[in-house]
Design a protein around this ligand. Structure first.
Ligand SMILES: Cc1ncc(COP(=O)(O)O)c(C=O)c1O
Length: 360
């Protein structure tokens, strides 16, 4: 017989919002999860084959972890002591909230990365959300700071998922400086597609933690590698006390090390995606009935108002999957579309043109 408290707790948990993973289907053109499909799969396969031949899975990961830290610190131009690696940046969020987040309050902007919100709810962490300025998706600075003064933790995703924009650097520095007794978590999952990173500022501001991932620019979503950058003490405690002893398997570490050592190739593809993204934005902007927002990430966010259902239906006929987000705080009929290969982008744009010019 299940005890009453356990049944009650399981019921409470089952009622929380869960992260909705996009459905997989081989025939679908996948533009719904911000993966990097513009990378050559052959290039990645070669890296993986090399990693397989070098890895002995009978041992716990050790040397592989050291090599990864070496290569990552070179890529970031940062000391290894300021970095801690994890099983995807999702897992860093979870680990930070379940340790430093206990009995804390959090301030966020709205809309933002839904997983972070779900995780706060899971840990009974109360959240204050400050809506972005709808005109340009910027942070309303004074109301944000006033609210955050009553919190312990601030979470800002920049470039922001789902709106795509990177917040103004001076605004971010102002927040970090004005709230110097709070933990400021800046999620830079998409930063390689943006204009600047705050990672170098961790040596200046003890309250700053920057989250990064290899799932986006490096296209290694399946390898599950994320990392945090922070002051040395926090990074060390994360590595030694918060993190489990062997969070990432040796194969993923070797693959990621190889990818970082060829970072030139990945950064060239990032450039191509940025060009394609800007082109997609300009084309969508010309279509009547939708409102796209300028992006600093590898996706474009747009409102589609009363065309929401027709877009969903038509794209599914064309086997194109984009992320349907619905309505939230002042935004209506929202979608987020990942920038893919030129061919994928052309297919998406062609379908959107068809939908928008249809007689209704
Ligand atoms: C803003 C943001 N942070 C973190 C993640 C998770 O990244 P990872 O694959 O490293 O867990 C995502 C994934 O989509 C994201 O959009």
């Amino acid at each position: 017989m299940t005890s009453e408290w356990l049944s009650k707790r399981l019921l409470e948990l089952s009622r929380l919002d869960a992260y909705i993973k996009p459905a997989t289907n081989e025939r679908v053109i996948k533009m719904d999860a911000n993966e990097n499909l513009a990378l050559s799969s052959q290039f990645l396969n070669d890296i993986v084959s090399k990693a397989v031949s070098m890895t002995d899975l009978r041992y716990y990961p050790s040397e592989e972890l050291e090599k990864f830290y070496e290569e990552l610190s070179r890529y970031l131009n940062m000391n290894k002591k300021n970095i801690a690696v994890s099983n995807g940046s999702d897992q860093i969020i979870e680990s930070l909230l379940s340790t430093l987040g206990k009995r804390a309050n959090v301030t966020i902007v709205e809309p933002t990365f839904s997983y972070f919100i779900n995780r706060c709810k899971l840990h009974d962490i109360s959240i204050e959300s400050i809506p972005l300025n709808e005109m340009d998706n910027s942070i309303p600075l004074s109301s944000f700071i006033n609210s955050a003064k009553k919190s312990n933790i601030v979470y800002i995703c920049s470039p922001n998922n789902p709106t795509g924009n990177q917040f103004d650097k001076e605004t971010m520095l102002n927040i970090i400086e004005s709230l110097n007794d709070k933990l400021i978590i800046v999620d830079e999952a998409y930063v390689e597609f943006g204009d600047y990173s705050l990672s170098q500022f961790v040596t200046k501001y003890d309250n700053l933690v920057v989250l990064r991932t290899m799932s986006k620019a490096f296209g290694l979503a399946g390898a599950r590698i994320g990392y945090l950058i922070s002051q040395e003490n926090l990074a060390e405690i994360f590595r030694t006390h918060i993190q489990s002893p062997y969070p990432i398997n040796s194969l993923s570490l070797s693959v990621a090390t190889s990818a970082l050592s060829s970072c030139q190739y990945f950064l060239e593809i990032v450039q191509l995606i940025r060009q394609q993204r800007d082109k997609m934005f300009l084309i969508l902007r010309k279509l009547q009935g939708i409102k796209p927002f300028r992006s600093d990430a590898n996706f474009v966010f747009f409102e589609s108002f009363d065309l929401y259902n027709s877009i969903q239906e038509e794209l599914s006929h064309e086997s194109i999957s984009i992320k349907a987000l619905g309505d939230f705080c002042g935004y209506s009929g929202c979608y987020r579309v990942t920038v893919g290969t030129q061919e994928m982008n052309d297919r998406f744009i062609g379908s959107m043109r068809k939908i928008m010019t249809k007689d209704r």
